[in-house]
Design a protein around this ligand. Structure first.
Ligand SMILES: Cc1ncc(COP(=O)(O)O)c(C=O)c1O
Length: 413
């Protein structure tokens, strides 16, 4: 099992889960009480979460927030860029609010085809397929390429959507230690049949990049394919934001497939699989999250196309996001905090304990700064962190202000 699941796995056979909460007597579960008894086990689960300090709540964001945002994934500051929102609105006016059907029925428009051609061209791949989310893109790629008799080798730090893809795939999955190409090689040794190594390009917890070149070499030596989720690399790494695979010289290779989300750097919504045309054609025919899902909404496709055009015109946005990340890292490290060196725009700051991490993030919010907070079991190594995202549109003053707030609210400051 991957180690970064946010909740313990559900027991096989469905509820009730193994919570030691009192069970209602059978008599109370008949008649009037029967309807409420059906979900009674949920109360015990909630209580268990509360006791472990793991309750999550939704906080609807107002249109104008007074908070300085270092928590969103809007790396290039494009989600509310007037050109991008106009592109989304025009696409909706022209093509409709929804795609009207699955891609193989009525949900493929010329807009989808153009977006796919532009994404493939920008990232340097032969072909592309867009889906309704990055999550769906990962499920599609892993399940369609990891079939019966195959082997999937998956990094222990992979994103939940890759993990779920492995769970749904019919191949055997072996989870290897984080960023360990030798472990991947050893696992591939002696396997006969189709094999696929699966990794994030930039990991969400520590912002570190995967050793893509050695992974690709190891896969090649064994005739295995490499699937890389570039959710955090597209728009930030590579020439003008063309992504981590482009930067590694692997984009367009016959044995490499990439996935990405359109919801981070491109400020929109949706996901994409990029790869050789024969792989994309295979996905169109077999990937269930592509076939049985309504096509990407035209507004999302239009927004992503406009963001891509903007990025081509303003490639400095990619390097600016990296500069902001480096500056955050440098200033916080100099002040004595433990900060992982960022390979892209995710900056991860170590916290002494889960409770202090939660308190620290809450104090930052109180002081006007929005930051992310990672704690067990969402972190593979049990270490809690504040998670900051650098954005290309942060000014030097905002960056300094964010650093001051983090230092002022740090545990023990
Ligand atoms: C590494 C990674 N892969 C995939 C996804 C899923 O993308 P989406 O939000 O478009 O479903 C995310 C986003 O949360 C991510 O961080």
């Amino acid at each position: 099992m991957h180690q970064d699941d946010p909740v313990p796995p559900a027991p096989r056979g469905g509820p009730p889960p193994p919570y030691d909460a009192p069970v209602e007597p059978v008599a109370d579960r008949r008649g009037a009480g029967a309807r409420t008894a059906a979900f009674g086990w949920i109360d015990a689960a909630r209580e268990q979460r509360r006791r472990a300090g793991l309750v999550r709540t939704l906080r609807p964001r107002p249109v104008e927030s007074p908070l300085l945002d270092l928590a969103s994934n809007d790396y290039l500051g494009l989600a509310r860029h007037p050109e991008v929102t106009r592109g989304a609105a025009q696409a909706a006016h022209r093509w409709g609010a929804g795609a009207t059907g699955s891609r193989l029925v009525s949900g493929s428009t010329e807009l989808h085809a153009r977006l796919e051609a532009e994404l493939a061209d920008f990232c340097g791949f032969e072909a592309a397929l867009v889906l309704s989310s990055g999550y769906a893109a990962n499920l599609a790629a892993v399940t369609a390429l990891g079939g019966p008799g195959g082997l999937i080798v998956s990094d222990a730090g992979n994103h939940a959507s890759l993990i779920d893809g492995c769970r749904l795939a019919r191949a055997r999955t072996v989870v290897v230690p984080h960023a360990d190409p030798d472990a991947v090689r050893k696992t591939l040794d002696g396997h006969d049949g189709p094999a696929l190594a699966v990794t994030d390009a930039v990991f969400s917890v520590d912002g570190d990049a995967a050793p893509l070149r050695s992974l690709a070499d190891g896969c090649r030596a064994h005739g295995a394919a490499l699937l890389v989720d570039d959710a955090h690399g597209l728009g930030v790494l590579g020439d003008g934001g063309r992504g981590t695979l482009h930067a590694a010289g692997l984009a367009g290779d016959a044995d490499v497939v990439a996935t990405a989300t359109l919801s981070k750097s491109l400020g929109s919504q949706g996901g994409v699989v990029l790869g050789p045309a024969r792989v994309i054609e295979h996905l169109v025919n077999t990937a269930r999250t592509f076939i049985f899902d309504t096509g990407l909404a035209p507004a999302a496709a239009g927004g992503a196309r406009t963001a891509l055009r903007l990025l081509r015109r303003e490639p400095e946005r990619a390097s600016r996001a990296r500069e902001v990340a480096d500056e955050l890292h440098q200033r916080l490290t100099e002040a004595g905090l433990t900060v992982a060196r960022p390979d892209a725009a995710v900056v991860s700051v170590r916290a002494p304990s889960p409770e202090q991490a939660v308190r620290w993030a809450a104090d930052c919010r109180e002081a006007g700064l929005l930051v992310g907070c990672f704690r067990p079991p969402s972190v593979p190594d049990g270490i809690s962190r504040l998670r900051l995202t650098a954005r290309a549109d942060l000014t030097a003053r905002q960056t300094r202000e964010a650093v001051r707030t983090i230092l002022r609210t740090a545990p023990g400051a």
